[in-house]
Design a protein around this ligand. Structure first.
Ligand code: PBG
Length: 332
């Protein structure tokens, strides 16, 4: 027997003991990496369960504030708000989106009064307010870029005035980041960050979210004339370059798990604060499979979220944010 029949290099030596594995682990997930999206409705009624998103609710205002407290206490540092507005408020131009006494400004004020350090991120897009369910304003059967930007800048300024820490344009119009930056600066909101949904794909994974807000496109077709084609990768780099050039502070890739190659390329190329959104359809898949006992919910969710970090994310928007933070706290 000669020694040479043994492998000279043993990669497994780094995996032999838990303590060694703990010391050489390259990426970690913590509750500070997570952003909690939350839904709020404008009625006085109780919270409404969202059937395709078990565990998620359309909250009334007091319950939203409580829910923010749960997130903050668990270690989550940011929430992203999505309003479910009454059908009666929906119009062709989505004007309720920049009503200073509207649902989102009210929600921001209520949260900030109780949790001033919790970052509040607001969605800048017209779909929850549009009678057509489009992110922008339709002119001659098309979502019109410039008309839409005129609306979005008002919405962003309204949110910033109400105290939003970050405004997050999710509409994919060209030039909206630069326009929003100028309007915010002119209004004295130079500390409000812009969190750009830069590479947002026209995805089938948004289905449960559109159920939650009743915001599915009703007319004017799907969103493929503004959201990105899932077949494209280079184009995502172009979108990110434009948004950074126009003044975006944070950038986002959306959806998450099917697009980790995009996260990787974006982080490698630009090295800027990069986030991904584990969207409603991804959440629904984890919930459905684990409810059937087919996967271990905690283990698979933690593995997926760690994958986002390894791919280059600084943080992740996930409906699981508070749950994960609480799992960490329970484990100590
Ligand atoms: C719309 C918006 C969408 C999501 C966030 N903002 C849906 C869409 O573009 O139709 C989806 C989030 C999710 O699916 O979890 N501006």
């Amino acid at each position: 027997m000669t020694l040479s029949q043994y492998p000279a290099r043993r990669a497994r030596r780094l995996r032999t003991r838990g303590s060694v594995r703990d010391l050489v682990r390259e990426h970690r997930l913590s509750s500070n990496d997570l952003i909690q999206p939350l839904f709020v409705h404008d009625g006085p009624g109780p919270d409404e369960a969202i059937p395709s998103m078990p565990g998620m609710f359309r909250h009334n205002l007091p319950s939203l504030v409580q829910r923010c407290g749960r997130a903050w206490d668990a270690g989550v540092r940011a929430v992203a708000l999505f309003p479910k507005v009454n059908d009666g408020l929906k119009t062709l131009d989505g004007a309720a989106a920049w009503d200073a006494s509207g649902l989102v400004p009210q929600a921001i004020a209520a949260i900030k009064a109780k949790y001033p350090e919790l970052l509040v991120i607001t969605d800048v897009a017209l779909d929850p307010y549009s009678s057509l369910g489009q992110d922008g304003i339709m002119v001659d059967g098309e979502v019109h870029n410039e008309r839409t930007i005129e609306a979005l800048v008002q919405q962003a300024a309204c949110h910033a005035a109400a105290g939003a820490d970050l405004v997050a344009p999710s509409d994919m119009m060209d030039g909206r980041v630069g326009a929003i930056r100028r309007v915010l600066d002119d209004a004295g909101h130079s500390d409000t960050l812009i969190f750009a949904y830069s590479a947002k794909y026209a995805s089938a994974f948004y289905g449960p979210f559109r159920d939650a807000l009743d915001s599915a496109p009703r007319k004017g077709g799907d969103k493929r004339t503004y959201q990105m084609d899932p077949g494209n990768g280079d184009e995502a780099l172009q979108e990110v370059a434009l948004d950074l050039d126009e003044g975006a502070d944070w950038i986002m890739v959306k959806p998450g798990m099917p697009y980790l190659d995009i996260v990787w390329r974006v982080k490698q190329k630009f090295g800027r604060p990069t986030f991904a959104y584990q969207v409603s359809g991804e959440y629904a898949m984890f919930k459905a499979a684990s409810a059937n006992g087919w996967i271990d919910e905690q283990a698979t969710v933690l593995e997926a979220l760690l994958g986002f970090k390894r791919a280059g994310c600084d943080g992740v928007l996930t409906y699981y944010a508070t749950d994960v933070a609480e799992w960490f706290a329970e484990r100590g």
